[in-house]
Design a protein around this ligand. Structure first.
Ligand code: AHR
Length: 660
């Protein structure tokens, strides 16, 4: 009955208005593997205009409420959207920044001219300690961009030592003198910024060598391993990606990509439908850019070890009247919100390669989350998009196949609908879906694979005008509200999206999971077989003859082994305590893999130092087949298999859950 009422409701909504188009989305819960890295929701803060000064930093003596010189209102707002990672100090500024000028007593810090951004004097009052304090307050990870354009190898090497080392050394002494005893442990480091442009105007061949040279001296200290992000291409510069991957892939962990959606120079709210179409189309270009750069990366890195890091993206409009051209201060409308939502849907749908993205920029610059004026603050439509999308952070990606009507403008067209979906750790399904057509509503018929929906609720972000925006006087003109245009039907779900809207749906339902195995009798532990041979990857054990075999309580390397050039395969069952999402981790030196019910979940194959890889699967409670493969080439050897699941934190798979 409920479903019938729902269908009538959607039908009435459909028939009451004229301009409506019908689209479909298939939501496939059958192949749940990849997590959406929360760092896709990262941000960028540069010493540019009023991003740092005024936006973040007001100083301890300011009348604006602050904690250690950092605005309280801004920190509270950013905590709400759960910013995971923040890039700093640039941008172009990074390649002129000398970090030692930004430490120690502020009165002694030398000033410099910010030649990239407005030619203003930078007094270096916000430096390494202040930035890391800001990250602490927000609860996000820092991402530093090193100076490769005008700095030395030694300077960058010492910056890493200053923030990451706990040894006794000149840099750690200096840090202690400046009031910080222990290291911070900064993981993410960029090796220069836009080195093809403002970061040194380099050729890709030259930069690849520089990346290796600078990268060599960015040392790991203790447990603080440096994740090195090389400067990648802008837009369609596929040659840059090819050259860096060809020459430096083995020494980097990430490659950046920059893409801005520039408009015709007019201010953010000054546009008609042609401006709406133009900027949205430019933002959706990310789909093609990421696909093509990923295809190049796949040729050199088929295991997708290297992350594509879209560390600058967003809209770029003309500056607001009366503001410094070099400060890039722009308003933010519903158009910006829908470009952000479409871009985030694209990143989610490429989460196998895109592991981080950083919108440009956090406060008062370009497509900002927050605008400030003295003690006032306003949240932009883009802020609300990040709020609505935060449910996807670290959730399990669900494939959505969208069959959309075209939004036609003049002789051009783009898909009216875009979407992405994920499952959170509570098993709830989330879908973020946009209708970018400003004139037509979209009736979307959603079908599920391996899932039955039971109920749906949602939030919507829209407005009557395409250039609607929030101001200090009217801060909630574009604000999320409850959405009632979605209903569960006998065949899935129907949603009616108003023109120019973003809807975030939360769906409750049941997964059609493979049933657990029925085992009549079980014995504790898992069987193992031991082999010898020289391999670079986990061998096909079926084609080999085992030299010893037995039962092991856990996934541990048999004590009797040849030290080098051997492999082990473990076979057994794991008793899963409750229905839900389980992540398995293979930490190994050299390669290892974890397979559940004959599906490869954690793939850590290859010859390498200790490192961990993981994968996630939705399981029903009961017995499931588990297989672990491991091989040792030379050097050190390690194997740990751990997991986490509903209601329990990561732990080594305990022997009480294993049997054969
Ligand atoms: O985000 C503004 C600028 O755009 C950055 O400094 C630079 O990297 C890019 O060109």
């Amino acid at each position: 009955m409920k479903k019938l009422i729902a269908v009538i409701f959607v039908f009435l909504t459909f028939s009451l208005h004229a301009q409506i188009q019908t689209d479909s989305i298939t939501i496939d819960a059958s192949n749940l593997r990849t997590k959406i890295n929360k760092n896709i929701y990262g941000q960028f803060s540069e010493h540019l205009g009023n991003c740092i000064y005024g936006g973040i930093w007001v100083g301890e003596n300011s009348k604006i409420p602050n904690t250690n010189g950092i605005r309280k209102d801004v920190v509270e707002a950013l905590k709400r959207i759960r910013v995971p990672v923040l890039r700093w100090p640039g941008g172009c500024f990074a390649d002129e920044y000398h970090w030692k000028d930004g430490i120690g007593p502020r009165v002694n810090r030398p000033a410099m001219i910010n030649t990239n951004w407005g030619g203003v004097t930078e007094d270096n009052s916000f430096g390494t300690h202040e930035f890391l304090e800001f990250c602490r307050q927000v609860g996000c990870e820092p991402y530093f961009t090193g100076n490769v354009g005008s700095g030395t190898v030694q300077e960058l090497s010492q910056w890493v030592e200053y923030v990451n080392s706990d040894n006794i050394s000149p840099m750690t002494d200096l840090r202690k003198k400046n009031g910080r005893d222990s290291s911070w442990g900064v993981k993410y480091w960029g090796i220069g910024n836009e080195s093809w442009g403002c970061g040194g105007t380099m050729r890709p061949e030259f930069y690849a060598d520089q990346a290796k040279r600078y990268g060599t001296y960015m040392r790991d200290y203790g447990t603080h391993k440096v994740f090195k992000i090389a400067c990648g291409p802008s837009d369609e510069d596929y040659g840059w990606t090819e050259t860096i991957m060809k020459n430096a892939a083995d020494q980097i962990n990430g490659l950046s990509l920059h893409h801005y959606s520039f408009n015709d120079g007019r201010t953010a709210a000054d546009f008609d439908e042609s401006g709406w179409f133009d900027v949205l189309k430019k933002s959706l270009k990310l789909e093609e850019l990421i696909s093509k750069h990923s295809a190049i990366m796949d040729r050199y890195d088929p295991q997708k070890r290297i992350a594509l890091v879209v560390d600058e993206w967003g809209t770029w409009h003309g500056v607001e009247p009366g503001t410094n051209q070099g400060f890039l201060y722009q308003q933010n409308t519903l158009r910006d919100a829908l470009t952000a939502a479409g871009s985030l849907n694209i990143f989610n749908n490429h989460c196998d390669r895109v592991k981080m993205a950083n919108i440009a920029q956090m406060i008062n610059v370009l497509q900002a989350m927050i605008l400030t004026k003295d003690g006032k603050m306003v949240l932009t439509p883009t802020y609300h998009v990040f709020d609505m999308f935060k449910v996807h952070q670290n959730a399990l990606w669900v494939r959505t196949s969208v069959k959309s009507q075209e939004y036609i403008f003049g002789k051009d067209h783009i898909s009216a609908v875009n979407a992405s979906a994920s499952i959170d750790d509570q098993g709830k399904l989330h879908m973020t879906v946009c209708n970018i057509d400003p004139k037509s509503r979209q009736r979307i018929i959603c079908k599920f694979i391996k899932y039955s929906a039971a109920s749906v609720s949602g939030k919507i972000l829209t407005a009557n005008e395409m250039n609607a925006h929030n101001t200090f006087d009217a801060p909630t003109a574009v604000y999320p509200s409850d959405f009632s245009g979605a209903a569960v039907t006998s065949s899935g779900l129907e949603v009616v999206l108003p023109p120019m809207s973003l809807v975030a749906l939360e769906i409750d339902g049941t997964y059609d999971l493979s049933p657990p195995l029925q085992l009549k009798t079980t014995e504790p532990g898992v069987r193992y077989e031991y082999y010898e041979g020289q391999w670079k990857h986990i061998p096909d054990f079926d084609s080999l003859t085992a030299l010893q075999s037995g039962v092991a309580g856990q996934f541990v390397i048999p004590e009797k082994n040849s030290g080098e050039d051997f492999g082990v395969r473990y076979n057994g069952y794991i008793k899963i305590p409750a229905d839900g999402l389980y992540t398995f981790y293979a930490n190994s030196d050299d390669g290892a893999s974890v397979t559940i019910d004959n599906t490869l979940i954690a793939d850590n194959d290859g010859q390498h130092a200790p490192k961990e890889e993981s994968g996630t699967i939705m399981l029903k409670s009961g017995f499931h087949k588990i297989q672990v493969g491991f091989f040792q080439a030379s050097g050190g050897k390690t194997l740990d298999v751990s997991f986490d699941g509903p209601g329990f934190a990561k732990q080594i798979v305990p022997s009480r859950m294993l049997c054969h």
